[in-house]
Design a protein around this ligand. Sequence first.
Ligand SMILES: C[S@@+](CC[C@H](N)C(=O)[O-])C[C@H]1O[C@@H](n2cnc3c(N)ncnc32)[C@H](O)[C@@H]1O
Length: 288
Amino acid sequence: MATLRDVIRSTHRILEAEDIPDPRLEAEVMVMSHMRMPRQDIFSNQENEVSALQERELAVTVKRRLTREPLAYILGIREFYGINLLVNSEVLIPRPETESLVEHALFMALMGMETTELAIADVGTGTGAIAINLALHLPAARIYAVDSSDSALDVAAYNIRTHNVADRVTLAKGDLLVPVPEPVDLIVANLPYLPTARIPTLQPEIQWEPKLALDGGEDGLDAIRRLLSQAPSKVKEQATILLELDPEQVPAVEELAKTYFPNATTSVEKDLAQLDRIFVISHGVGDD
Ligand SMILES: C[S@@+](CC[C@H](N)C(=O)[O-])C[C@H]1O[C@@H](n2cnc3c(N)ncnc32)[C@H](O)[C@@H]1O
C-alpha cells in the first residue's frame, strides 16, 4: 500500500508535469483533504498508509484539476481571513488581496468611527467572505450583504448560517446599493473590475468563475462607476467607502470620487503584494 509520502510525491509530479501552479502546495492540500487531516499532520505522519479508496478519490480530484478547474471548486471550500467558506462555481473564489480590504475595513471601523453600532454594506457579497468576517470582528455592527445573483446569495446564506452571524448579516438581492434600506457608515465593495477584453487572456482557472463576478465592462469600472453614482444618497454624513480595484484604475476612480463626493478625502491602500488595491473615500462623504 502507498504511504502519504508516496502519494504526495506522485501527485506533485503529475501536477507539475501539467504546469499546474503551486504543484507541491496543491498536492498537499488535496491529500490533506482526502485524508481529512490538518496540514501539520501530513508532515508528521508521512509513513501512514493510504487506503485504495482514498487513492481512487484522490485520482478523481487530480483528473478534475488537470482540466484546470480551480481546486477550491473541486474541494468545495476556501480559507479566507482565517475562516473556511463553502464555494462553488456560482461564486468568485475569495482572493488574498481581498483580505487586505477586510483588514482596512476593520481598521476604519475600530479606529476611525465614532460609534461601534455601525451600519455596513458589503456590495457584491459573493460567498459572503467580507460580510461574515466583518460580523465576526464587529459584534455591534449590522451588515447588509448585497448581490444580484440568486445562486451567489444561496452560497452566502449557507456560509452566514455556518458562522452564526445570521442575526447581524442581512442578505439583500438587487443592483448594488438599491436594496440597502438605510444610510450606512461604511460601504465595502469588491465588485467586478476586470476589463471585458482582458478576461480571455487570464489563466484558465479564472475562466471557470462567473462572468458576473469578473466582468467590469470595457474599462472594468462599470459597476464601480454606478456604485459611486448611487452612493451619495446611501451614506451617513461621516461615512467611508472602500473599493477594491486594479492599480491602473486609481486615477479614473479618483476622478469619479471627485465627481460624486467633492468634499471627501481620498487615499489608496496597498495589498499584501504591495500593489495599490484599495481606494478609500472618507470623512464627510455625505456632506455634499
Ligand atoms: C468580484 S466578486 C466579489 C465577491 C466577494 N465579495 C469576494 O470578495 O470574494 C463580485 C460580486 O458582485 C456581484 N455583482 C455583480 N454585479 C452586481 C450588481 N450590479 N449588483 C450587486 N451585485 C453584483 C457578483 O455576483 C459577485 O458575487
